[in-house]
Design a protein around this ligand. Sequence first.
Ligand code: PGA
Length: 318
Amino acid sequence: MAVASTSLACPHFSGLRRSSCPKLDSPPLSISTAQSFFQNLDSHLRLSSSSPRNKACRPVVAMAGSGKFFVGGNWKCNGTKESIGKLISDLNSAKLESDVDVVVAPPFIYIDQVKSSLTDRMEVSAQNCWIGKGGAFTGEISGEQLKDIGCKWVILGHSERRHIIGEDDEFIGKKAAYALGQGLGVIACIGELLQEREEGKTFDVCYKQLKAFADAVPSWDDVVIAYEPVWAIGTGKVATPQQAQEVHVAVRDWLIKNVSAEVASKTRIIYGGSVNGSNCADLAKQEDIDGFLVGGASLKGPEFATIVNSVTSKKVAA
Ligand code: PGA
């Protein structure tokens, strides 16, 4: 059965979707209202009118996916032992909503420090890893080593690695497959350049990057997709909630059509690109935004906590 959006019956979801479908005996949105919502959405997305979304029982849901809200902090190449010590102590003392997976990704050399001082409430991710088993690969870190040091996750396909270091789709896909094989979760990043957006190629670029992951990974169980438009990363130019939602819907529909409805429902699709304490709540309210990958603002403990806790605006919206 198509779990994510093709059924008129309301499936059970473990995440925030419990109130996603109007009960038959309550006064929900009228069918015509719902239809016009989906027609509007689909034409906006330039998706075909036969999209399963037209039949979906989800006009007022706050969380389309069934997974838990997920917030990752990508510290990039920032920090010193001292500043990271302060950040860890701020994070340890922050009050974090319980129904959020929280992950931080320090630079490799600080992972051990973070692992030994961060509370178990948060998990640790690497920002990259080698494509295969370790050996004579100067400067690289293998998936086995990440597991050994207590990492649960690795970020792969980040735009800075794609566009500054030059990693291509196939290389990234192979890395993802190997990391999953080692028992790591993968935060799989996709996203278009500004020029690609301006040329109307946003969906094509994202689909191509998604396909490279899909072709390589044996399972999507431990994959979180991070949609990060390159023009929004580190620029302060955040995508509007509508711009982000539009691509997240397209990604979920791509998963329905190319992988399975079950994977589309279960896989978290998080947004990244200039997320901060002020814009996170509006973004979080979007139905297909299942969390965030945060760069700059993750270096400030209290602000990162605000972003983690934006899950509450999703619950209110539900
Ligand atoms: P930013 O970075 O939040 O600083 O824009 C996001 C990312 O690169 O993951």
